[in-house]
Design a protein around this ligand. Structure first.
Ligand SMILES: NC(=O)c1ccc[n+]([C@@H]2O[C@H](COP(=O)([O-])OP(=O)(O)OC[C@H]3O[C@@H](n4cnc5c(N)ncnc54)[C@H](OP(=O)(O)O)[C@@H]3O)[C@@H](O)[C@H]2O)c1
Length: 307
């Protein structure tokens, strides 16, 4: 039986990383039913202005800089931490991602629940075996994002420390491959296919993941918050169906006529599908069929590319 979802209607919710790929659709959806505050560095003023014009309260802060959080109220009901930085500079990325979640939790210690979004990039490469939450961690994404996996592992540890220290009910959700009408990894693949750019895949194919559509991750947020515990609940967070890069690129070929130019490389991320047992127990199955989600993404972003 899935956990009881929290009621987000009229709740005060802080969302960090609101201009990012994953958070943007969450901000859109939740700002219709709740009081959303959006926190980022807002490197681009236009991002801040666009949110403010939609009536969303914004806070300009850098999670790496504890003092900049003085501007952040400390009485949110719920916090969704979707901020992430992968600058390649270890000092800054560990400060912003690792210490950053600690700074945020220290500020928001009265929250009823906190969800920290992590990544399946924290798992060590292990071929085709679907990764369980208890499986070994490793520097999975080093070849493309040198600081990412290490910083995400560090962030999980700081998050647990802060949850235990301050008694904040917390869920760590390890995202697989989020995508939706605003894009995501399959959309980058389509653009690469259009330009005939090489797409790196691991020689031990198929390169499987669990595509997670925005409609599904938005629907599951009240469940992730409901699953939060002061012991910290860690769960994989992906689509219930596993699907490979090879399969979704073949489907993109069917839709558009562009063919993938695969290049086998042993340093590519490789298969990273998830064991869904704990996720299904806590928050239930996802609903979006991956073909339907990919078709909708292309129809929305590049309808001219459809055959
Ligand atoms: N996208 C994926 O395929 C994927 C896959 C697995 C997991 N995830 C996880 O999902 C979450 C969201 O990822 P995303 O891909 O949507 O990120 P993204 O597109 O790179 O956006 C990052 C967001 O964080 C903000 N940010 C960056 N550094 C910050 C700092 N120091 N202080 C405050 N805000 C900061 C950015 O705004 P400013 O630059 O203006 O501050 C932006 O709003 C992350 O936890 C990521 O690890 C993503």
């Amino acid at each position: 039986m899935p956990v009881t979802p929290v009621d987000l209607n009229d709740a005060n919710i802080l969302i960090t990383g609101p201009t990012g790929q994953v958070a943007a659709p969450i901000v859109d959806a939740l700002s219709k039913i709740a009081n959303v505050t959006a926190l980022a560095r807002f490197s681009k003023d236009s991002d801040k202005d666009a949110l403010e014009q939609r009536g969303i309260r914004v806070i300009r802060a850098d999670l790496a800089d504890k003092r900049s959080l003085d501007a952040c109220p400390d009485d949110f009901d719920y916090v969704l931490n979707l901020a992430v930085v992968k600058s390649g500079n270890f000092d800054y990325d560990l400060a912003a991602n690792g210490e950053g979640v600690g700074n945020l939790m220290a500020r928001c210690r009265s929250a009823k629940a906190f969800v920290h979004f992590s990544s399946t990039a924290v798992y060590e490469y292990a071929g085709h075996s679907p990764r369980k939450e208890t499986d070994p961690l490793g520097d999975n994404h080093r070849s493309m994002f040198p600081t990412y996996s290490i910083a995400k592992i560090a962030a999980e540890t700081v998050c647990k420390f802060a949850a235990h220290q301050f008694g904040i009910p917390t869920t760590i959700a390890r995202l697989s491959v989020p995508y939706g009408n605003n894009g995501g990894w399959p959309y980058f693949h389509l653009l690469m296919m259009k330009e005939n750019m090489a797409i790196d895949i691991h020689p031990e194919g198929p390169n499987s993941y669990n595509l997670l559509h925005a409609d599904d991750y938005i629907e599951k947020i009240p469940y992730l918050l409901g699953a939060a515990s002061t012991e910290v609940t860690t769960t994989n967070f992906g689509g219930s169906q596993a699907v490979s890069i090879e399969e979704w690129c073949a489907y993109l070929t069917e839709l558009t006529g562009f063919a993938p130019n695969f290049r086998e490389k042993s340093t590519a991320f490789g298969s990273l599908s998830i064991d869904t047992t704990r996720m299904h127990d806590l928050i239930g199955e996802t609903r979006m069929d991956w073909r339907e989600g990919i078709r909708a993404m292309v129809e929305n972003l590049s309808p001219q590319l459809l055959r």
